[in-house]
Design a protein around this ligand. Structure first.
Ligand code: FBP
Length: 283
């Protein structure tokens, strides 16, 4: 598994270099969800594919930017589902973005995720690795080397609120949840980039990130295999919780298609309990 983590560190420097030096314009192509692709989306995807092509333990790659499964090594053990540049539409306004990696063994379902990694491309490059039985580990780059900084542990209650989704299409009880949290003194922290938003809540002790199902997107927007499940694993390893709109653990998701999305709620225990109460879910 360490060879995968070391390869992701190498990928992080290459993508950071591309963000800082390459063309921020749109490519001619669309991804499999019909979204226009930035040249950086395509380039980041190629950087990842090239890097794992020389890692025999990686059997398959599944990218948010492409349809289908790419088999690299038939004798490999793991499938890596990844979002090469999450929040890429924020690069041209110079906000932090990220890459997300979910490492699965066997069928591509929540319970088969064995490790996850995300990279934050911000003022500095930071990387967090979560493995079974361990607290997530934060590392930070100086020069071209990552140094381990600290394990991440979430408090039971936080103070940050990151509410995603088009507010005019929120259901009433979701609006009540969000309004009540602000009435309790929570501070708004939503950049439009899932990676920096979830990173901030984890590092600043807790709170809640929500991207609900809405009238315009009943199944939410965020993809199960590439975004939701890898972060659900991160949050649970850090002592937080991650559930869907029915109160089911996101780690129990069974996508029927690689690009399936899901309503999702990530947070510390107090805020997830508040969400369950607002949604009428038995605690
Ligand atoms: P991409 O993976 O296509 O970048 O989209 C995901 C994302 O940008 C997340 O990073 C972010 O949390 C969300 O979409 C923002 O959505 P919205 O613009 O609806 O708030």
């Amino acid at each position: 598994m360490n060879i995968i983590f070391e390869t992701i560190k190498h990928i992080a420097f290459e993508i950071d270099n591309a963000i800082k030096n390459e063309d921020l314009g749109y490519s001619e192509s669309e991804n499999s969800s019909g979204e226009d692709q930035l040249k950086l989306d395509v380039q980041s995807d190629l950087i990842i594919e090239k890097a794992f092509a020389s890692v025999p333990i990686v059997k398959n790659l599944v990218s948010e930017e492409k349809e289908g499964v790419l088999t690299l090594h038939n004798t490999g053990k793991y499938t890596i589902c990844y979002d090469p540049l999450d929040g890429s539409s924020l690069v041209d306004v110079n906000l932090s973005v990220g890459s997300i990696f979910g490492i699965y063994e066997g069928e591509l379902i929540g319970q088969n995720l064995v490790a996850s990694v995300y990279v934050v491309y911000g003022p500095r490059i930071e990387l967090v690795i979560a493995q079974k039985g361990k607290k997530p580990m934060l590392s930070r780059a100086t020069g071209h080397t990552f140094h381990e900084i600290s394990e991440i542990t979430m408090e039971n209650k936080g103070k940050l609120n990151a509410p995603g989704g088009t507010q005019q299409h929120w259901c009433d009880y979701h609006k009540t949840l969000i309004d009540d949290l602000f009435a309790e003194g929570y501070r708004l922290r939503y950049s439009g980039g899932m990676v920096p938003d979830l990173h901030q809540i984890m590092l600043k002790g807790g709170g809640i990130f929500s991207y609900p199902g809405t009238a315009d997107k009943p199944q939410g927007k965020l993809r199960q295999l590439f975004e939701v499940i890898p972060f659900a694993f991160m949050y649970e390893q850090a002592g937080g919780e991650a559930i869907n709109h029915k109160g089911m653990r996101l780690m129990e998701l069974v996508p029927s298609h690689p690009h399936d999305t899901s309503p999702c709620f990530f947070g510390s225990r107090y805020e997830i309990a508040a969400m369950k109460k607002a949604y009428g879910i038995d605690a």
